[in-house]
Structure formats: C-alpha cells, structure tokens
Design a protein around this ligand. Structure first.
Ligand SMILES: [Zn+2]
Length: 391
C-alpha cells in the first residue's frame, strides 16, 4: 500500500523509475524517494496509524516497500519519549524530552535505516549487502542481513571496538579491514547501504520524525537536537516534517533542527587516548555529498550546527543516569550539552518544547563510564559484609 512514485535527483531533478536499482543519478546526485501525497491523503489517515503495527511499518504508505514479503523487521521504531524535568532545569530549558533511540533493535537509531535499506535490497533482488562503518550501522546491518537471509560484508576500520567485531560476527557477517565498502559490491550484485550510497536508508531514518509528530499528538516539538554524523539523520527529519505538512497532518512551522558535532577533530574524552571522533563518528561534521541538503535542512527550519567539547560529556551522561534514571550514550550527552549552547546563542529559546535524540544505548560503551564510578572489587565488598555504600 505504498504511495511511492519515483526517485528524484537532488542535483539535476531528473526522475528515475521507482523500480530502479540505481544507487545515485548518472550526474552523481543523491536520489530522494517521492510519493503521491494526493493518494496518501485520500487513502490514509491518522486513525489508521493509531491502529497500525507497533513499529515503524505503521507509516508504510510513505515508505518505499511495495511487496509486504520484502519487509525485514526486528521490531524497530516506536521508541520511548521521556520528559526529563530535572536535567531540563540544568540546561536552561523549560520542557525537555529525550527520545530513547537506544531502545531499537541492536541498540541504536541505525536500525531504522537498515530495516528499510535491507528490505529494499531484498525487494530489488540484490544478492548481498555491504557497508563501511566503524560501529552502530555495521552492527545494525549485520543483524538485518541475518534476518533477511542475505550475506553481509562489513568493512571495519582497524581501530574498531572488539565488541563491535564480536557483534557483527555473532550475526554472521563477514568482516574486512579498511574504509571502503567495495568488498562484495562488485558488478552491482551487492548493495552498499552506507549513508548517501542508496536512497532507502533515509526513508527509514525519516520515521523518527513521523514518530515524534505522532507522540506529540501531531503538534511537533519546536526543536529537535540530534547528532550530525553523515547528515542523513538531519535531512531525514527535515523530509519527514515537510511530508507531514504536505499530508496536512501537521501545521505551522517546521521544528528547528540542531545538528551536534564535536569541537575539533582532536577532542578527547578524559582518560582515553584515541581522539573522540574515532570513537564517535555520529558526532562528525557531515559528508561533502550531502552538505547542501544539510544546509537546507538547517536553514529552512531555523536551526544550526552546534559544536560541543568532549571533556564534560561523561559527566553529563552520569548526571542523567543518577538524576533521571537514563544512561545516555556520549552522543546523547553531547546533544544535551548542545541545548545549553543553542539557548545561549539564541537558536533555541527557554520555552521551546525541545527533544534531544539519544541515538545509541549508553550500555554500548559502558567502558567509557566505568572509570568515573568507584566500583569496589567483589572481594572488598565481601570483606565489608556485602555493604558497598558508605556507613
Ligand atoms: Zn542527476
């Protein structure tokens, strides 16, 4: 029941068939998925959504999959949206919510992208899938490929976490070293599902915007703060809210989009040797091929890119944990910190209804937090009669 009509090149505006296996336009431009919104308005409603599946497939009419049996799902989407009033006061916001994307399958928002990219790879008859990614996307792809019964080849950088390697291997992926995902993409038989390398991951990422609109009862928040990374998350949110307006389901201005990046590529998390960007590519500055799209997304919504320092991120995360019961990833902590900067710079105002996206579960990199808490050794606890807290 999709209303998918065609693909459109963002550079030369050329239309491509919806059934095309092309990754990009011949001119090199990124392809965006377009729908028949007149048909969607006539055949779909917010009531239908309310009674739809409890995952991102509740938005199927504005997703590209044509055949129901192409769908590969691990229950992605419909993640919790939590009001965090104690931390809100500290960052200077009146109303602050955290969108817990770590509750997705494989613990990150990349599940949304891989659900769509892999479903479409299957629908279009690709024989395998591949990606070059240092972490969350690699793990998500490995899992969705396993669910689809498709082989996956993943290019990990040499400094990838051992736990990332382990997770990919557990899902049966083949690992290669390096930064290029060429491994296996030969002759167009395999699909490279990296950011901006095919049109459909963006459609999965877009469901975060639809979901936020629905969770706010179709009165979207005033601002959404999320990591910049490849820029795909920001552009996907912009596309979602533009489409929702076209559907007539939301009115008023688009939520201001704030893309969070790290100050200087050499920033470090206290106590850790590798520069933080090697650990957290989600906080990168974007990729050149999408720069124009990202700029449009930020300008048109009245948002901006905000840089934060790495030094205090662990502290912010631990404060969230002890005051709100939520342990965010360092990327999520960076977004919380960015709220203070954005208010100070006048991009957001105190009264805005602000959503911070926590893209990854804090448990993925528990090692980064363990040095910040005093954990008694088990023997020591036993000698104290099992009491760990001070008397
Ligand atoms: Zn083109």
């Amino acid at each position: 029941m999709t209303t998918f009509t065609h693909l459109e090149c963002i550079r030369c505006r050329r239309r491509h068939e919806a059934t095309s296996r092309q990754a990009r336009c011949a001119c090199g431009g990124v392809l965006l998925v377009r729908y028949d919104f007149e048909l969607a308005r006539a055949s779909w409603s917010r009531d239908w959504v309310r009674n739809g599946p409890v995952n991102l497939w509740r938005y199927a009419p504005v997703l590209p999959v044509r055949q129901a049996d192409s769908i590969v799902s691990l229950g992605e989407g419909m993640t919790p949206l939590l009001l965090v009033s104690r931390v809100a006061g500290e960052v200077g916001a009146a109303r602050l919510w955290i969108k817990q994307e770590g509750a997705n399958p494989t613990g990150s928002w990349k599940a949304r992208r891989m659900a769509l990219a892999v479903s479409m790879a299957r629908e279009l008859g690709f024989r395998g899938v591949t990606i070059a990614s240092p972490g969350n996307a690699a793990i998500a792809l490995a899992a969705y490929a396993a669910a689809a019964g498709l082989p996956a080849t993943i290019a990990l950088p040499s400094n990838a976490q051992p736990s990332t390697r382990a997770e990919c291997l557990l899902y049966g992926a083949r690992l290669v070293e390096g930064s290029g995902a060429e491994a296996g993409a030969e002759a167009g038989a395999w699909r490279d599902v990296g950011p901006w390398r095919e049109p459909y991951a963006l459609e999965g990422a877009k469901t975060l915007g639809y979901e936020l609109a629905e969770q706010f009862n179709w009165e979207p928040p005033d601002a959404i703060v999320c990591p910049c990374g490849s820029g795909l998350g920001l552009v996907a949110l912009w596309k979602a809210f533009t489409e929702l307006r076209e559907l007539g389901w939301t009115a008023g201005r688009l939520p201001k989009l704030v893309g969070v990046t790290l100050e200087g590529p050499g920033s470090r998390v206290a106590g850790f040797a590798p520069p933080v960007l090697a650990l957290f590519p989600e906080l990168a500055q974007g990729t050149p091929e999408a720069e124009e799209l990202v700029r449009c997304a930020l300008d048109e919504t009245g948002g901006a890119r905000i840089e934060v320092g790495a030094a205090e991120l662990a502290e912010i995360a631990l404060k969230m944990a002890s005051r709100e019961g939520i342990l965010p990833s360092l990327e999520g902590a960076a977004c919380i910190q960015a709220v203070t900067h954005a208010i100070r710079q006048g991009i957001l105002v105190r009264e805005d209804r602000i959503v911070v996206v926590n893209p990854v579960t804090g448990l993925r990199r528990l090692d980064l937090y363990l040095r910040r808490v005093d954990v008694p050794e088990s023997g020591q606890a036993a000698r104290q009669g099992g009491l760990i807290t001070p008397r």
